[in-house]
Structures are given as C-alpha cells and as structure tokens.
Design a protein around this ligand. Structure first.
Ligand SMILES: Cc1ncc(C[n+]2csc(CCOP(=O)(O)OP(=O)(O)O)c2C)c(N)n1
Ligand SMILES: [Mg+2]
Length: 599
C-alpha cells in the first residue's frame, strides 16, 4: 500500500466517517487515496479555518474526534486557530497536514513551514511522520491521546515522499504509552471527605464545567445534585451538563452569568462604583464549593482572590495540572469526574445526607426573583439614530437580540443544537436559550474565536443530521467565514444561521461605552457613507451562494421568519437587524469582583 493509503485506512480503522479537507501540493496524494475510500466522506470546506472549525463542531456535537486536513505551509497555518481553540476547550481534534518531502525540510522549500514547531504550545501532542512503518501506530496513538483523559488536539504532519512510498502495514491492536495513564480514579478517602464537608455545610454550591460533558457524567451529576439538593451553576463550557430548566439550576456564572449564580458562589455585596471603594457584604455566599471539571477561568472568577472568598473549595479534575493552578483550594482531587460522581452517589446511597439546606434554597429563591435575566425596550434604543435610520418611523417594532433567542427557544422547544460566533450575540445565546442536554451549546469559549459559528454548525449538522443546528452569529463573526455558505450549499448541509446584525463589533462597542467614553475605535462595520443601508447586504451575499436568506427588521415579522427558517430543509440564513446600543448584563468587568457587578 502507498503511505497515503495506509493513512486513510488507519483513519477508517478509527471509525472516521467524515474529514474536512482542503487539498494542495503536499496533500493531494492523500486526497487521491480518500477518493478511493468507501467509508470516509470528504467535505471540501472553502477555507481551511472553516474546515477545522467544522471538524471541531463535529467533535463537540458527538464526543468523537473531529478530523481536518490541509496542505503544507499556508494550508497548515490556516488550521492554527482551530487547533488553539480545541486546546483551550479540550476538544478532540486530529489535524492532518501534508509536509514537503523530507529531503526539503529545513531548506525553505515552497510551502514549507515547521508546523510541528509552530503548534507545539497549543497541542496535546504532535507527530512528524518520518518512517512509513510508523503510520498505523501514530494514527492509533493520535486518536487515543486526543480522546482520553482531558481531550485535546493532535497534529500529524506527513511528508509527501512518505505518502508516495510503499509498504505492508502492520496494524497494532493497542498502543500502550509509557507515562500516559488516562484512567485516573479518586480514592475513597478523599471522596468520603467530600461527604463530610457536605454534612457540615449550610450553603453548598456545585460549580461544573465542560469536564462533566467530556466525561459523559451529566447523568451522574443530576443524580448527585438531586440526592444532595445542592444547587448547580455551570461555566459556559458546562452549559447543558445540567438541565438549565431544573429547579436546582442557577444557570451559568461569571462575567456575564446570572447575578444569582455569582451571589451564590461569592456572596452578595452592596454595589460599589469603583475598586477604590470597600466591599460591603450583604449576604454570605457558598460555604462549600464543589468545583467539578472546571479550570477557574478568569471570565468565571473575576478577581480570583475574591472568588468564593469565604468558602471551602473542593476541586476534582482529570488533569492534575489544573489543580491549584488559578485558585488555591482546600481539597484537590485528581480523578475522572464520572468515576468520582458515581462513587459519591454509591456512598450517599448507603449513608444518606440528611441536610436539606432549606434556608439556603430560600435565599437563592429570593436572589433569583430579585435579579432574573431581563431586558427592556428603552427610549434610548428607540430614539437612537441607528434605529431611526433603519426602522424609519416604526421604531416600536424594534427587535432586541435577546427576543430573537428567546423566541427561537420557544419555537424549537429547547431542542436545537446551537453554535455561535464571539461577541454579545454569543452571550445572549447562552443566556436566553436554556440548554437541557450535553453537547447542545457549541461555542468557542476559551479562545473566543470569531468565525467559529457557521462552520461549527456545518460540522454539527453533518454529525447530527436529524437535529436542528442553528448558528446564532454576529455580523462581524459571520463574515469571517462567510465562504462556508458554499460548503453548505454544495454538500447539502442544512445548517441554519441567524445573524444578530447590529452593524457593529458589538462587544467591543460595549467596552468602548463602559471604559472609553463611547469613542469608536474601528468598531463600525457598516458603510459610513451610507449609513441607512445594511452593509454588507447578506441577502445578496447568500443569493450568490444559492442559500436562501431573509432580512427581518420588524418584531411582527420575526416569528414567521424564524418558523420559515426552521421548516426549511436547506441551509438558511436570517439576517435580523438589531440595535447596537444594547449591553450584555449582568456584567462583571475583567479583574473586578461581584461587588462591581452591573445587573
Ligand atoms: C478572530 C477574532 N478577532 C477579534 C476578536 C475580538 N472581538 C471579540 S467580540 C468582537 C466583536 C464581535 O462582533 P460581532 O460578531 O458582530 O458580534 P456582536 O458583539 O456585535 O454581537 C471582537 C472584535 C475575536 N474575539 N476574535
Ligand atoms: Mg455585531
């Protein structure tokens, strides 16, 4: 077999059914081999970044490894953002790249880049194939490493001359890796200590992250929360790890999380107007925080010393390097989360916890009713020049972005898979859609990569053709991978997109308003010489790609338009014109505390 054929068969043996691959000189041998595969569907994205985000969407929607491929040099460098994204959000991604022939490596040959070196800080592992006999082992190892323990991206760089060599492959059954033992189980002693801490606590909170979803531990978490009656907040990565419709759910916490989740974790404080003022506590927050599969990201903690300052913190994670990294905790346990929760559930089954935390639940209920997620149509919005330009006398018909997500939630009965770009729309998507199951909300959380939404929706739709997959996007983010409309149309992938089109880089505008007196630093995306026009004209753009698109301006048209989009069996875009004056609240500015929260 040719080296290229060995690689393709190795992928088949790993159960790969889809690869997002863009060809070039150093990878066309591999494409030739792919044309002969009966098991793998090769999807041609229109940009390698789109292909790699699509592979991530596939991976996040399924838990299987997503696979993308590019040629050497510029093809490979176009994969870097998705690799970094997969690294930050622990997504199993296999990134295959063609490389110049071995004899050319290091000579600055045409389209040579040291991709192995370039990606080192953002991979879980990487390979440069130097011997054809290694291909079966390398591919098997790559999938094993990408998928086990804390998942992540693995790069396989493949020189062209080896693709063209011939050998008889030997397929390994297992790939034992010295120093890598992905099965990590907490010991009973530590878990027993958790039960003791719960029995002593009055105000416990569960703080759960993407680790619950990767470990397939959502069911165990639900059982644990219900038997202990401990309220649950998640991170954005953890959306769907615990049903957000559940009475114990506090939704997600952090910079734009719910006020009640932030108070439950860190306590309620009198609002202060600046960090120079003292923090005046109104009510205590958690006295016990069980942090499961999280990494105390700064968008969650704000000023980390003030995060759950007075509570005992227990942290369980499969990756020991996360323990005591951002926040020093009282009990750090290295373990597979699912194992730990199962074992805790068994222990509690034998020796039930008697506490009911009634007073704590009452306090949370009061917080919840005092500061729900909410929005309103203000005079400021209706009178804004932007709205007068576009709505021309029908300003009372203005569509706020939050309304769109809320109505989508209603029309899809909370069953759709959502992807997003990065910005205000991403936060509103996470706030106003209630996620019920794992792998339902696919977003570039840690890296925050604009352009993620639509390609990721393509990947998710390929993986889950029977589900509605909808990208809630910003006008700025959508434009960054707009070329993937071609992939959607040609490959018949019926992923939908709703552009919350505020004609601005809204999230940056929000920061300009708060911290730079509203001075606009290149955050307007429309045409300054013709501000009445919505620019670019997405209806015309979509027409060029043969993708149906509607523009929605007025509230009275929204429901019908959303329904038409949902009823379509094709890719479909809704361009919804929204004001840019809305701010995402709650808001705890970066590095600030819960006492600084605007809500
Ligand atoms: C690739 C990339 N470039 C820049 C940024 C910085 N950034 C974060 S949010 C944002 C604005 C996004 O605008 P849009 O997609 O229209 O969303 P909106 O905030 O308006 O909803 C920018 C520029 C980023 N996150 N990613
Ligand atoms: Mg925008």
């Amino acid at each position: 077999m040719l080296g290229s054929e060995i690689l393709v068969e190795a992928l088949e043996r790993e159960g790969v059914d889809t690869i997002f691959a863009y060809p070039g000189g150093a990878s066309m041998e591999l494409h030739q081999a792919l044309t002969r595969s009966k098991k793998i569907r090769t999807i041609l994205p229109r940009h390698e970044q789109g292909g790699s985000f699509a592979a991530e969407g596939y991976a996040r929607a399924t838990g299987k490894a997503g696979v993308c491929m590019a040629t050497s040099g510029p093809g490979a460098t176009n994969l870097v953002t998705a690799i970094a994204d997969a690294y930050m959000d622990s997504v199993p991604l296999i990134a295959l790249t063609g490389q110049v022939p071995q004899a050319m490596i290091g000579r600055g040959g045409f389209q040579e880049t040291d991709f192995f070196g370039m990606t080192l800080p953002v991979v879980k592992h990487s390979y440069l194939i130097t011997n054809i006999a290694d291909i079966p082992r390398i591919v098997k190892e790559a999938f094993h490493i990408a998928l086990t323990a804390r998942p992540g991206p693995v790069v396989i760089d493949f020189p062209k001359n080896i693709q063209q060599q011939k050998a008889q492959p030997v397929w390994p059954k297992e790939v034992p890796l010295r120093g890598y033992s992905p099965t990590i189980h907490a010991d009973d002693l530590a878990l027993n200590e958790i039960i003791g801490l719960i029995e002593k606590a009055d105000r416990p909170v569960l703080y759960c992250g993407g680790g619950i979803i990767t470990a397939n531990a959502a069911e165990e978490l639900r059982q644990f929360a219900e038997t202990t009656q401990i309220p649950v907040t998640t991170t954005v990565m953890g959306c769907g790890a615990f049903p957000e419709t559940h009475p114990l759910s506090l939704r997600w916490l952090g910079m734009h999380g719910t006020a009640f989740a932030n108070w439950a974790v860190s306590g309620e404080f009198k609002h202060r107007s600046g960090p120079a003022e003292p923090m005046v506590k109104v009510q205590d927050g958690a006295d016990l925080l069980l942090a499961l599969g999280v990494r105390f990201d700064d968008r969650v903690t704000g000023k980390v010393e003030k995060f759950c300052e007075t509570g005992t913190i227990v942290h369980i994670d499969v990756d020991a390097s996360e323990l005591n990294k951002n926040k020093k905790v009282q009990l750090a346990i290295e373990s597979d989360i699912r194992y730990a929760l199962r074992r805790l559930n068994e222990m509690i089954g034998k020796r039930p916890i008697r506490k009911k935390f009634t007073a704590w639940h009452e306090r949370i209920a009061e917080w919840r009713s005092r500061a729900p997620l909410r929005y309103q149509v203000t005079d400021e919005v209706m009178k804004s020049q932007h709205m007068r330009d576009h709505l021309q006398g029908k300003e009372d018909q203005v569509i706020l972005p939050q309304m769109v997500v809320e109505l989508l939630y209603e029309l899809t009965k909370g069953e759709a898979i959502l992807t997003t770009g990065v910005g205000q729309h991403q936060m509103w998507a996470a706030q106003y859609y209630k996620f019920k199951f794992p792998r339902q909300f696919l977003t570039s959380a840690g890296l925050g990569a604009m352009g993620y939404g639509y390609p990721a929706a393509l990947g998710a739709k390929v993986a889950c053709p029977e589900r509605q997959v909808i990208d809630i996007d910003g006008d700025g983010s959508f434009l960054m991978n707009v070329q993937e409309l071609a992939t959607a149309h040609i490959e018949k992938i019926a992923a939908k997109a709703i552009i919350l089109n505020n004609q601005h880089l809204g999230m940056v505008v929000q920061w300009e308003d708060r911290f730079y007196k509203g001075n606009r630093g290149h955050t307007y995306l429309g045409d300054p010489e013709n501000m009445q026009q919505i620019y670019p004209d997405y209806v015309a753009v979509c027409k060029a790609f043969n993708v149906p698109c509607e523009r929605v301006m007025y509230k009275r048209d929204l429901r019908g338009a959303l329904q038409r989009m949902l009823d379509s069996d094709q890719p479909y875009v809704l361009d919804v014109v929204t004001p840019y004056t809305e701010h995402v609240v709650p808001f705890i500015p970066a590095g600030y505390t819960v006492a600084d929260m605007i809500y």
